[in-house]
Design a protein. Sequence first.
Length: 127
Amino acid sequence: MAALVALNAVLAGLTAYSINIGSGALEPLGTSLTVSLYSATAGRKTTGRHYLPWIADAIDDGNGRVVSTAPAQIEDAYDAFILGQTNATYTGITNLLPCVHSTVAGDTLIVTPRVSLNFARLKTRTR
């Protein structure tokens, strides 16, 4: 993280888990966003997903959904900081060559992230 912060001033340096990302209150414990990861190869074995925790309360539209502008902002940041693609918001930093691993299909490089407009509730994170 320190290397990414040093290369791009728009990132805030975090020194502990207790530091909030952004400002304001957070969504309830266990609330996250689903980020679906797609590769150039079609099929279930070559797609993946992960969950983005510590979501700011400000991206809740008041009806239990994510405000419509948030997914594009998150995808832009993923493109720049994970995939190394320069876009209108960020300068591409480095391509970390993220991939989906499958014992059947092997490793396939991720080319596109998609953030859901619905919040995910991870039961295992609320205990």
